[in-house]
Write a protein that binds this ligand. Structure first.
Ligand code: HEC
Length: 201
């Protein structure tokens, strides 16, 4: 995909997929590609279980951590400072913390490219200290690139879910409430018709 967002300085709108299956794929990729450096201190393994992700999968991700632990990384701040000169930010709320939200995070992850000098840079964040974790800058064939775009899509969907795990529940509750109000309106309208028909006779 061409980085048109950089040229026009506007982000392609990210479509979040917070289905259990997409979030589950997102956690899996996150654990492999991001968790070595980034923590999710407000997300607990049990939140994943509550959302409906398979307990056995969760067990492979959490290793020796308990189901009640937060998804913190094993990388210490000191080690991070030594390696990157910067502590990688906690990603629990990252889609809320950046202007552009999920669209920004997606464009950032997929925005790495090789400069003519063979250096890795990023369209959105040229001097970022983070390496190209999904290795998109060196992926040349289109199949590989679209695989990476899908991985990034799953990760960002997961991070969007993580920033507001109750959103799906809230929305489905909203549908129930609206459905209930519609039924109530129909019933009351019928009552009104009956009352009026009696009054007219
Ligand atoms: C090798 C360590 C490492 C890995 C692996 C890594 N990151 Fe990072 N990440 C960093 C560092 C260091 C920063 C701070 C960059 C800076 O501010 O220059 C960072 C910053 C970020 C930011 C914030 C950017 C901003 O606007 O400030 C996001 C979002 C992010 N990483 C997401 C991810 C995701 C998602 C993955 C997995 C695909 C990932 N990172 C993998 C080290 C890493």
């Amino acid at each position: 995909m061409s980085p048109t967002f950089a040229a026009e300085n506007k982000l392609e709108k990210f479509q979040t997929d917070t289905s259990v299956i997409a979030v589950e794929r997102g956690v899996d990729t996150f654990m492999n590609a991001c968790h070595g450096c980034h923590s999710l201190k407000y997300v607990h393994y049990r939140d994943l279980a509550r959302f409906g992700i398979d307990k056995e999968r969760i067990a492979t991700w959490r290793g020796d951590s308990t189901l009640d632990s937060a998804m913190t990384s094993l990388l210490s701040d000191e080690a991070a400072l030594q390696s990157f000169g910067k502590v990688p930010p906690d990603l629990s709320m990252i889609v809320m913390a950046r202007e552009g939200g999920a669209s920004y995070v997606f464009a950032y992850l997929t925005g790495y490219y090789l400069t003519p000098e063979g250096m890795t840079s990023n369209h959105l964040f040229p001097l970022t200290k983070m390496p190209d974790a999904l290795e998109i800058s060196t992926a040349t064939d289109s199949v590989k690139r679209s695989e990476i775009m899908e991985q990034a899509h799953d990760i960002v969907s997961f991070l969007s879910w993580a920033a507001d795990p109750q959103k799906a529940e809230r929305e489905s509750l909203g549908y129930y409430v609206i459905g209930y109000l519609i039924i109530l309106t129909v019933l009351l309208y019928n009552v009104k018709l009956q009352v009026w028909s009696k009054l007219k006779t």
